[in-house]
Design a protein around this ligand. Sequence first.
Ligand code: GDP
Ligand code: MG
Length: 460
Amino acid sequence: EAGSRDVLRSPICCILGHVDTGKTKLLDNVRRTTVQEGEAGGITQQIGATYVPGDAICMRTEALRKGKEFELKLPGLLIIDTPGHESFTNLRSRGSGLCDIAILVVDIMHGMEQQTMESINLLKMRNTPFIVALNKVDRLFEWQAVKDAPIMEALERQKPHVKAQFEQRLQQSILNLNEQGLNVALYWKNPDKRKYVNIVPTSAISGEGIPDMLQLLVRLTQDMMSERLMFISELQCTVLEVKVVEGLGTTVDVVLVNGVLHEGDTIVLCGMNGPIVTNIRSLLTPHPLKELRVKGSYVHHKEIQAAQGVKLAAQNLETAVAGTQLHVLHKPEDLEGLKLLAMKDMEDIFKSVDRSGEGVCVQASTLGSLEALLEFLRSPAVKIPVSGIAIGPIHKKDVMRASVMLEKGRQKFAVILAFDVPVTKEARELAESLGVRIFTADIIYHLFDHGRGCLKRCGG
Ligand code: GDP
Ligand code: MG
């Protein structure tokens, strides 16, 4: 029946914000592990997905409920941490954003920062509902830690001057967010949940506000988007990453948004050189509160139901394209249709570019980021024509393609805009000798900063 825990799927929640605001640490706190400390330089290098089961949510929110009614209708929450150098535009699923809801993390001591604004723009573009975690409240001078307490209770216990500091910084953040065109309010003072974005103060270190954050995510998803979360058997599954794992070979990490996957299923994926048809050899997940990218033993499954972050081991995954949809073959006669469907993501994008025309070349690490770049270049304020696109590292052949513009006497278009992809040495040398310019960046917005001069010249 509607509203029961096995009818709604787990919402997918993305966590984003400026580097060092505490995104990974907040997840650590929820998981009670130390992923953050295990990362190189504390930077999230890869996309991680954490599944928080319903029971864990109940446990962490108990102090907040204190006997009050709180019916958990969700099986759990799937939280996705995005790498510091990357925007979550990569995590697109066809037609809609992959995320059901997002947590925008803001450091209470720093307020608005560069990537905070970028994140807000992405959220607005994708129409993704979100909450603001005003993190690091424990950094307020003379903050008295009240471990894992609901935030109102923790605030109550602070000295007057600490409360005053909090109030002052909160007001500053509210003002900053207003300047970004957002109506915001502390979640317990929110006059209209549909018009105001909720703020929840947190500490990822001492845990104040974590119960509030979890409860808020649950409330906003199960109460306000139950339709979207209705479990449907139709499969929706997005490839996040293609990775080689010792002992398993090439694997794909996927987010199973909807439906069920089984061991032995025949799957059809989008490959760089055409569709891939293969069988799922192993269906793996990390232990429930661990993260997909944390090393260690995996749990093997016969079948998995959405939403989950899953690692798939199978043959022939080497050319799989991150950011595309995965399909399951149920009837042999559907094979050709599924192959076309699998390649459609890529073809639609390739078709949108006039490759016989004049324009710059664009290259990115995933289909999602390529799409975002093209979207940006097409926008009225930018309007830069594109004549070539590719996914993956820049090779000599890509430089050759861009150099066609030189032959046409269109110097200004002899440019490659590269996002989050390496440039081979040979390609760089060739570009230099031919006079093809390559602009690289790991963050989309930086690409536009670096290339602004070039982009201005290329545009109208
Ligand atoms: P990310 O880049 O947003 O993922 O940030 P991290 O989670 O890696 O945290 C960056 C730094 O801030 C680390 O040194 C954390 O220990 C620290 N940090 C994160 N959250 C808090 C918090 O709530 N309070 C304090 N005092 N430090 C925090
Ligand atoms: Mg991080």
